[in-house]
Design a protein around this ligand. Sequence first.
Ligand code: ZN
Length: 375
Amino acid sequence: MRKIAAHYLITSGRLLNRAVVSLDDDGVVTSVEENVEDIDSICGVEFYNGILIPGMVNCHCHLEYSYVKGMIPPHKGLPVFIDSIIDIKKRNEVSDEQKTASADIWDDVMYNEGITAVGDHNNNDYVYSVKKKSRIHYHSFVELFDMDGKSAEETFRWGLDRVKTSLQYGIEATIAPHADYTMEERLIRLTGGEDALEDGTRADGLCSVHFKESVVLGGPDERRLILGSISDRRDGVLLVHCIYATEEDISAAREKFGDKLTVVPCPLSNLYIEQRLPDIEMMKRLGVRIALGTDSLSSNTVLSMVEEMRCLQEHLNLPLTEVVKYATENGAVALGIDSWAGTVEVGKRPGLVLLSGVDPETMRLTEKSKGRRLI
Ligand SMILES: [Zn+2]
């Protein structure tokens, strides 16, 4: 049993003053109090200088690319970026052991910052050993794209095997299309779940796909191909990046998927590759759920949700309560784990994070802002 107090608690889009959170030995919240007097001097209550928030949810990452950190220069645009990734994979100069070691280090960094859950795309199996022993909850999105010499059906079956492997490791997993520019239509439709194999096998569960991330690579037909190929029977749909998504794109997605839709900008990665952020004001206007991702270290210098929130606040002047909601509750809903994560509420075990270095006058994140896991 722990009682943890701070000047503020941000949860469910609200700012609570002088809050005390009580948790049992399993980290389950047993009470939340606000406007508590003398919180810094109550016997048995740990007091912290800063803001408490629930454990954060990173909705888009490729942990397996942690070893690529610093290898690809920024601001070159998506086509050069993709060529660089393909080249690094082809050169194959990094062993699986080294790749696993990098993933391991960054998994730890994310956990300590206060990231509780990650929606993680992967194409390889080596990263499962890291996810298995991690204290982070992972959802593996087994990401598919056209493979040399393989038919769409063969690639799809290969992906289903990767899903099976992830499940054998005890990690939730579903199949996901990579993007319209790396896949033939039949494969997008199989991975999206609109088409099934002859024996009736069909992709289901959560789906996550890179969408509208380049004006050069994404074809004119991208909206039809992606939205038309993902079945509205899937549990939830994450449209990742959406840098160039228009109001028509997001409205069409909203119409098809309703409340199952989440858009997932990755602000620092979006700036790293395309030097541009998605139109978040438009997404807000349309009332679509917004969550955040770090993307991978091939297009970011850190895997930090605090830095992602700071980037959004810097560029769009959003209130802290709102960006925290993107980074916590909305991500938990997107990954279907909001029954236990995303908000500090009695009965949940969301983890508890101390956010420090926030300017108390403006309630804005600063260069000194940091997340530190308390629970
Ligand atoms: Zn990605």
